[in-house]
Design a protein around this ligand. Structure first.
Ligand code: G4P
Length: 524
């Protein structure tokens, strides 16, 4: 292997998915501390808790060099170069959050032990599932009373439909939390003990030897029973199934007290894949090939009307990026010089000069790029496979405030839709415009950009949450349109129904079994 290939192999690019408050920020911070990327705990937290109103944050981002929300945090750990790609959540949840998952090679799912699988985790999980990337689970907050570990595993299987393999197992929890029984390293890691004594090796039978106070604890006995149960009745350990995203290795710990996090990181890096081949119009692109290529998975607009610049986030899929290099934009055939690039590490903005497959860089964009664009030095202008369509969940009716501004209005909408800022639907009856989004933020960005970039004030009326399902074969009787099942066409003229709720969807399907519906996020 040459030095370039070694560089690529050392990359581990992943995202952390979770529901707000499960502990993503805390865990990220601990990982950055281990990697020496930050010196003080609290750096990431400060970024997150700056209590900005949503509409302010882009302005704040500009002032702070965009680091407030999503970015990439890179650090060295052992022989790896770790890239944590932040998935915007909370009030910043949007299609960009989903798209970020297109740019990683694996995901870490953080679950609050007391709450189990929550809504946002489930949505993000689905996207990872669709891609078939490995998913690692960290069950957090074991220092607090939570659900029984076996119940949590059952929830993973029942709610998410993924099988699990516990790499370690908690010995008690909350006030009685003693530590973890580490199956992977065949040792016990004690919660209340620091230093070298923290780890006690186990014998060949997976039991403590000699005398140890823990041996007298009923919790130890209970743990041994549970481990026996897992050994006999649990899922079998399979490296292949982990790699295919069919089996999730599960770790227990407490991010706040930095317990079990390093154990997790060490094992995670043993399994997390290096950059993987990506599908393209000319077949799989090998990350070890030296010919540079990558795709844009996200474009972050600057909300300040005086600064129209944007940042396009590019995932490098092969070769090496060097500042100032010329690349081809496959969609247009245009050659572009990549003179300005920027990468974000923790809270500092840095200019990158070189980066390789697996890395993510931010490129200044003056309107050249669209989401999904392929950049390559190859002359045959191949394209990476299209990014999937994400099912919107919230809808707004939109129209121009000033009817004389129709031209601007249409131009603005079309461009923003093409850029991937929001999705557009037309009702079949009235030909009204409906905007669809996965997060409220997308509407705010839309409204703001229409005003600032297209000089158009818009009227937005809430239509509310809907379940969007597309029509297979794209043939449907338009008379099936009703207030509970609104028939619309997407921007590619594909029919979809927007249902009031699950009940309306099922009722419709019972009545109209011939109309086959699908959710693009189910991977069908
Ligand atoms: P998020 O990014 O997923 O939204 O979660 P974050 O890390 O901000 O954690 C959410 C809350 O949970 C924080 O408390 C944090 O301190 C707490 N937390 C994280 N990990 C653990 C853990 O292992 N054990 C316990 N007991 N708590 C944990 P907060 O009160 O909202 O914030 P703060 O006042 O502590 O800053």
């Amino acid at each position: 292997m040459n030095s370039f290939q070694k560089e690529v192999q050392s990359r581990k690019t992943f995202a952390i998915i979770s529901h707000p408050d499960a502990g993503k920020t805390t865990i990220t911070e601990k990982l950055l501390l281990f990697g020496g990327a930050i010196r003080d705990a609290g750096t990431v937290k400060a970024r997150k808790t700056g209590k900005f109103a949503t509409s302010d944050w882009m302005e704040i981002e500009k002032q702070r060099g965009i680091s407030v929300t999503s970015s990439v945090m890179q650090f060295d750990y052992k022989d790896c170069k770790v890239n944590i790609v932040d998935t915007p959540g909370h009030q910043d949840f949007s299609e960009d959050t989903y798209r970020t998952l297109m740019a990683v090679d694996s995901a870490v799912m953080v679950v609050d032990a007391a709450k189990g699988i929550e809504d946002q985790t489930m949505k993000l999980f689905k996207v990872c599932r669709m891609r078939g990337i490995p998913i690692f689970t960290f069950i957090n907050k074991m220092d607090r009373q939570g659900k029984e570990p076996l119940e949590l595993l059952a929830e993973l299987e029942e709610v998410l439909g993924i099988e699990s393999y516990p790499m370690n197992w908690p010995i008690g929890m909350g006030k009685d939390f003693e530590g973890i029984y580490d199956r992977y390293n065949n040792r016990i890691e004690q919660f209340k003990v620091d230093g070298d004594d923290r780890y006690i090796p186990l014998n060949e039978d997976g039991e403590l030897e000699g005398s140890h106070p823990l041996m007298d604890s009923p919790l130890y006995e209970q743990t041994l029973d549970e481990i026996m149960l897992l050994n006999e009745a649990g899922n079998e350990y399979s490296v292949e199934r982990i790699a295919d995203g069919e089996l999730t290795p599960v770790f227990f710990g407490s991010a706040l007290t930095t317990f079990g996090v390093q154990t997790f990181l060490d094992a995670f890096l043993d399994f997390a894949p290096s950059p993987q081949p990506r599908q393209s119009s000319k077949g799989d692109i090998d990350p070890l090939s030296e010919e540079f290529s990558g795709f844009i998975f996200k474009i972050q607009a600057n909300m300040n009307p005086k600064h129209r610049d944007r940042i396009a986030f590019l995932r490098i899929c092969s070769g090496k990026f060097e500042r100032g290099m010329s690349v081809n934009l496959s969609r247009t055939g245009k050659s572009i010089n990549l003179s300005s690039s920027t990468q974000f590490m923790a809270d500092e903005r840095e200019t990158v000069n070189t980066a390789v497959s697996g890395d993510i860089i931010g490129l200044y964009d003056t309107g050249n790029y669209q989401i999904g664009d392929t950049l390559t030095v190859s002359r045959d202008m191949f394209q990476f496979e299209k990014l999937p369509q994400f099912t919107p969940e919230i809808f707004m009716k939109v129209s121009a405030k000033n009817v004389l501004k129709q031209k601007h209005f249409h131009k603005g909408i079309n461009q923003l839709v093409q850029e991937g800022a929001i999705q557009l639907f037309k009702t079949v009856t009235m030909e009204e415009y409906l905007l669809g989004a996965v997060g409220q933020l997308q509407f705010e960005v839309f409204e703001n950009r229409m005003k600032n970039e297209y000089n158009t004030d818009v009227i937005m009326e809430r239509v509310g949450n809907k379940m969007a399902r597309w029509v297979e074969g794209n043939e449907v009787d338009e008379k099936l349109n009703s207030s509970r099942s609104i028939l619309v066409k997407d921007r590619y003229d594909q029919y979809a129904f927007l249902f009031e709720n699950e009940f309306a969807l099922r009722w419709f399907q019972d009545k109209n079994p011939d109309v086959k519906l699908y959710n693009p996020m189910d991977g069908k």
